[in-house]
Every structure is written in structure tokens, then in C-alpha cells.
Write a protein that binds this ligand. Structure first.
Ligand code: FAD
Length: 413
């Protein structure tokens, strides 16, 4: 088995292998077992403080009492542990992102060019603000999912389930969200460290500065715990499977969206309650997903799994919608509690305004690849309607976010 974290000094290894060639099973392999050896430490691009080695199981003998769980039930342990791992990877990545933001704003406040701190330049403010927006938005979805899992786990414990079953079952319920968080968390960190290096200029490329280490260390997060491609594909696959099992309503709501497109648009009375426009936009995002995914599933059926580009489009739309909705709910809650500031409102405003364009682009790319004629025109019109955001001065909003960060000199939310 290639590349095992902590493999160089672990005493106990959790290993999955097949019994009789087909029964996927978990085993506890102990250092010193006959036939079990390890390779040398790998020379890596980043996370050099961690041990990564190759493990060999040449005719390795494992006593029967070291079978983990039941024979043939290894997938239950492996897949559910992955869900928790993905959630935790997101949390760790966001911790790193906050650190990268603080390091970057400290540098931007002290580095002077053209007789002024580079933090005063609009181009740098844009970067700093975007780092904060993505991090805060992703964290909102992370907290939301962690709370869901905790609630589900408590329910299962109250029903008398053992702790392990309760936790793993709860994580399975939110496996789709865990996959989306893994992708967005790792990409947020990558974005922050990349912009962090850019803010550091030539110094960012020097091994003497911490940000260059953060840049190298960040990269692995998009690869392990399931690559981001695999997690994107999985998120859509799980959604479609749950829809087919009746665990999740998709085809009914998708048909409703189709009918809505054929009907005369409802211009109704303007909703003037707080965040009405943002809530409507999010409803639109969901409709755009239902429209695209519903039509793709109906049109391509079993062929859809071979059209990975479309699955990636749907997954990207889901990520923006899930993260955007979590962010909006967090800001609305802060508003209700009287704790919201203009910065919170700006973060939600910019994220949703940008997400509308990203979602529209992903939906268009998908639709153009499988629909044509009137159907295509109708769907594209629907996408335009569902992703239509109100005009918004995102430049000034980003400036306010960056100015607050520059004044605090650290990630402060
Ligand atoms: C530092 C480090 C530590 C690690 N620690 C552990 C550990 O502790 N335990 C452990 O079990 N593993 C560990 N791994 C392994 C890691 O999980 C794998 O490297 C990772 O899952 C990717 O698998 P792979 O390297 O075989 O890449 P590949 O599967 O060869 O992927 C190569 C590329 O092809 C894409 N790809 C692959 N399949 C598909 C598909 N079906 N559709 C579309 N695209 C696809 C991938 O997304 C990727 O972009 C570690 C790896 C590293 C680098």
C-alpha cells in the first residue's frame, strides 16, 4: 500500500483487504507480524513533518481475533470513517486558511512599495477580502454540518445505539455534505495560500517565509481523503442514488421547475422581509440545479455516469449553493441576535453575487452539452431567470471587508 501517513512509526495499522477474493474486510495489523514490512520515508512536496511510507504485506499472517468488525463488512467502517475524515479535513484546512490570512495581512501592512503599505492597494485588498469571504463561507457550512451530525448522533444514542454505530450512522446521513466540504475546504485553503504567496511577492517564493511552506503543505488536501474529482463525482452519485431510493426528493421537484418554466412568471408582490432577495436567489440556485441535474438524468440515464464533465458542473453548482445557503443562514441568525455587522452582510452579499455567475456558467456548460433546439433555449432561459442577482457593488463591499481585516491585523471573524 503506497503512502501511509504515520506509517513510519505506527505500531497498529488499520488495513482493508478481501477475504476469499471478494469479502472486503477490516483488519488490525500489528508491527512485527510475519510478512509485514515498511519502505523508506517518502520525499514529499509538503507536509514534511509527517511520516509517509509504503507498507508491504507479503504473505502477511493476521490472527483471526484481529479482524475488525465482521468479515465482508469492511466497507461500513472504511466509508463511514472517510466521511468523518472529510469533515475534519475541512476544519483543518480552514484553520490553515485563517493562519494564511493573518500572515498575509501582517505582511501587507508592513511591506511598503511606492511609499505606502501594499495593504493600501485595491488589488491587494481584493485578494485579502476574497480570502476572508471564502473562509467564512466555508466555515458556515462546516459548523452547520457538524451540528447536524451531532444532533443525529444524539438521537441514535438516545435510541440505545452504541457510540460507534451512532457516530458512523450520523456521518453517513451527511456523507454528501462531507464530500462537498472536503472539496470546498481544500480549495479554499489552496486559494488562500496561493494569494498569500502573491501578496508576499518574491519573498513568498523564499523558503525563509512561512507562507511558502503553507503553499506546499496545502496541496495534499486536494489529493488525499479521496481526490477532489472523486469527491465531486461521489457527491452527485450519492444524490442520484438517494433520489432513486426515495430518500431524497429530486425528480418531483425537478418536474415542478420544468412546469414553472412553461408558466407565465409570477411577478407577485415584492417581498420586503430581511434578506428576501438573497433567499430568493438561493431558491433560484436550487431550481437551476434541479433543472440541470433532472434533465441530464432523464436524457442521459445510465450514460450520465460517463459524462463526468456534466457531473462536475452539477457538483460545482451544489457546492456554491450549499456553502452560500449556510453562509446566508449564519448571517441571518447573527442579524436576529443583533450581532451582525456590515462585514457579515458584505461577505454574504459578495459570495452570493459571485456564486450566481458561477452557477449560471456551470449550468450553461452542462445544458449546452446535452440539450438542443427549443428545449435548450427554454432551459437556458430558466438558468438566466434562476440565477439573476440584483446589481451589487462588490468592489466597495470587498474594500470594507479588507479594511476591517487590515485594521484588526488578523483573521477576526
Ligand atoms: C502524503 C500522502 C499521504 C497519504 N496518506 C494515506 C493514508 O494514510 N492512507 C491511505 O489509505 N492513503 C493515503 N494516501 C493515498 C491517497 O489517498 C491517494 O494518493 C489518493 O487517494 C489518490 O490516489 P492515487 O494516488 O492512486 O491517484 P490516482 O487514483 O491515480 O488519481 C490520479 C488522478 O486521476 C483522477 N482520477 C482517478 N480516478 C478517477 C475517476 N474514476 N474519474 C475521474 N478522475 C479520476 C484523480 O482525481 C487524480 O486527479 C496518501 C497520499 C499522500 C500523497
Amino acid at each position: 500500500k503506497c503512502r501511509i501517513t504515520n506509517g513510519g512509526f505506527a505500531d497498529i495499522y488499520t488495513v482493508f483487504a478481501k477475504v476469499d477474493g471478494d469479502k472486503f474486510t477490516g483488519f488490525i495489523v500489528e508491527r512485527g507480524f510475519e510478512g509485514f514490512t515498511q519502505g523508506p520515508e517518502e520525499h514529499k512536496m509538503g507536509i514534511k513533518g509527517s511520516s509517509t511510507v509504503q507498507l508491504y504485506f507479503q504473505d502477511c499472517k493476521v490472527p483471526v481475533e484481529n479482524v475488525l468488525g465482521d468479515i465482508g463488512k469492511g466497507h461500513k467502517i472504511a466509508f463511514n470513517i472517510l466521511n468523518i475524515g472529510r469533515l475534519k479535513l475541512c476544519a483543518a484546512a480552514l484553520g490553515g486558511a485563517k493562519r494564511a490570512i493573518t500572515t498575509s495581512v501582517e505582511y501587507a501592512n508592513t511591506r511598503e512599495q511606492f511609499k505606502t503599505a501594499i495593504a493600501n492597494f485595491g488589488a491587494i485588498k481584493h485578494k485579502l477580502a476574497e480570502m476572508v469571504i471564502q473562509t467564512y463561507a466555508c466555515e458556515s457550512a462546516l459548523y452547520r454540518t457538524a451540528a447536524w451530525i451531532e444532533e443525529k448522533e444524539k438521537e441514535a444514542l438516545a435510541e440505545g445505539k452504541p457510540f460507534n454505530d451512532a457516530l458512523l450512522g450520523a456521518a453517513e446521513e451527511y456523507a454528501i455534505e462531507c464530500a462537498l466540504l472536503k472539496v470546498h475546504g481544500s480549495e479554499t485553503l489552496d486559494f488562500c495560500v496561493d494569494e498569500g504567496v502573491q501578496i508576499h511577492g518574491g519573498n513568498g517564493f523564499s523558503a525563509e517565509y512561512n507562507i511558502s511552506r503553507a503553499y506546499r503543505d496545502s496541496r495534499i488536501n486536494r489529493i488525499y481523503e479521496g481526490t477532489n474529482e472523486i469527491n465531486r463525482l461521489l457527491s452527485v452519485d450519492m444524490t442520484l442514488k438517494r433520489a432513486m431510493q426515495g430518500r431524497l426528493a429530486m425528480m418531483g421537484p425537478a418536474m415542478k421547475v420544468g412546469q414553472e418554466l412553461l408558466a407565465i412568471p409570477d411577478f407577485g408582490d415584492a417581498d420586503e422581509s430581511p434578506f428576501a432577495a438573497e433567499r430568493k436567489l438561493l431558491e433560484g440556485f436550487k431550481k437551476a440545479i434541479l433543472l440541470t441535474a433532472g434533465a441530464a438524468a432523464q436524457k442521459l440515464m445510465m450514460k450520465l455516469e460517463h459524462e463526468q464533465e456534466i457531473l462536475m458542473n452539477i457538483s460545482d453548482m451544489s457546492i456554491d449553493t450549499f456553502i452560500g445557503e449556510s453562509l446566508l443562514l449564519r448571517v441571518m441568525r447573527l442579524e436576529q441576535e443583533g450581532k451582525a455587522t456590515q462585514i457579515h452582510r458584505d461577505i454574504a452579499g459578495v459570495f452570493l453575487y459571485d456564486a450566481a455567475d458561477r452557477i449560471a456558467k456551470a449550468a450553461k456548460d452542462a445544458i449546452n452539452s446535452f440539450a438542443e433546439g427549443d428545449e435548450q433555449r427554454m432551459m437556458l432561459m430558466g438558468v438566466r431567470r434562476f440565477t439573476k442577482a440584483q446589481s451589487f457593488n462588490s468592489k466597495d463591499a470587498r474594500r470594507r471587508i479588507a479594511d476591517a481585516l487590515i485594521a484588526e491585523q488578523r483573521y477576526f471573524l
